[in-house]
Design a protein around this ligand. Structure first.
Ligand SMILES: NC(=O)c1ccc[n+]([C@@H]2O[C@H](COP(=O)([O-])OP(=O)(O)OC[C@H]3O[C@@H](n4cnc5c(N)ncnc54)[C@H](OP(=O)(O)O)[C@@H]3O)[C@@H](O)[C@H]2O)c1
Length: 245
């Protein structure tokens, strides 16, 4: 089944982890994709892995100027979008007593401001019927110690999906959130979490294991395809039961 023939998908943070898996899944179903990231080597590696239906563009999520530059490049190349997966995000964990203003700003700039102003900038290039999916997290729903800033930034996305869906529905555009539980990606290395800590985290997942990036990608594709047209302004949680059981 090729649900995205002749469609174009933009995936922010598509050079690694969940974003890269989503890019591959869109391509497998006929789409052309544009992935973004910051690290040139990572982008080049992703472009090679994804093949000639993919472009990999350097773009900094969180900068309004960069969001506008991305939209301008799409306009200049005559590219309009059918699916947008706003996935680029960071996790910065610290207890309340140690959290710094800099970490707060970095988290909210990347995870919230980046999503909001990218959607604003992309308005001229969204085809009617475009589906926007935001990558949230089950941290928005659970009281995990040290996650306050990350969790609040992801909770903001759930609110944005509702209000922006209400505003954009007249244009045929809907916004939803996929909220993953722990998924095997390079993120945990970046957080400095060792194998013992990962195994401890896995014991908190009723399914007894981390998710695979492909398991989140399949939910993203469902939310991006016309088959989910009745799902508007809401969230699908994919977490092995961690926030539910
Ligand atoms: N893995 C999990 O367990 C999990 C669970 C819940 C939610 N999530 C969410 O899933 C999303 C992807 O995470 P992942 O686990 O796949 O992590 P990842 O493997 O570290 O990938 C993150 C991607 O985002 C890009 N990125 C980060 N900050 C960026 C910025 N400021 N500008 C542009 N690109 C940026 C990275 O590119 P560069 O390397 O070039 O910066 C990379 O392509 C995040 O929003 C995360 O919060 C992950």
């Amino acid at each position: 089944m090729e649900r995205f023939n002749n469609k174009t998908a933009l995936i922010t943070g598509g050079s690694s982890g969940i974003g890269l898996a989503a890019a591959q899944a869109f391509i497998n179903e006929g789409a052309r994709v544009i992935v973004t990231g910051r690290d040139e080597a990572g982008l080049e590696q992703a472009r090679k892995a994804l093949g000639d239906r993919a472009q990999a563009w350097r773009n900094e999520t969180g900068s309004v100027a960069e969001a506008r530059a991305l939209a301008s490049r799409l306009l200049a190349e005559g590219t309009s979008l059918d699916a947008v997966f706003i996935n680029a995000g960071i996790g910065r964990f610290a207890p309340l007593a140690d959290m710094s203003e800099a970490l707060w700003d970095e988290s909210f700039n990347t995870n919230v401001k980046g999503a909001y102003f990218l959607i604003q900038a992309l308005l001229p290039v969204l085809n009617p019927g475009t589906s926007i999916v935001l990558n949230g997290s089950i941290n928005a729903h659970i009281g995990m110690p040290n996650s306050s800033v990350y969790a609040a930034s992801k909770a903001a996305l759930i609110s944005l999906a509702k209000t922006l869906s209400a505003e954009l529905l007249p244009r045929g555009v809907r916004v939803n959130v996929v909220s993953p539980g722990p998924v095997v990606t390079p993120l945990y290395g970046k957080l400095g979490m060792d194998e013992a800590a990962r195994q401890e985290l896995a014991t908190q997942i009723p399914l007894g294991r981390f998710g695979k990036p492909e398991e989140i990608a399949s939910t993203v594709l469902h939310l991006s395809a016309p088959e989910s047209a009745f799902i508007v302004g809401t969230e699908i949680i994919a977490d092995g039961g961690m926030s539910q059981l």
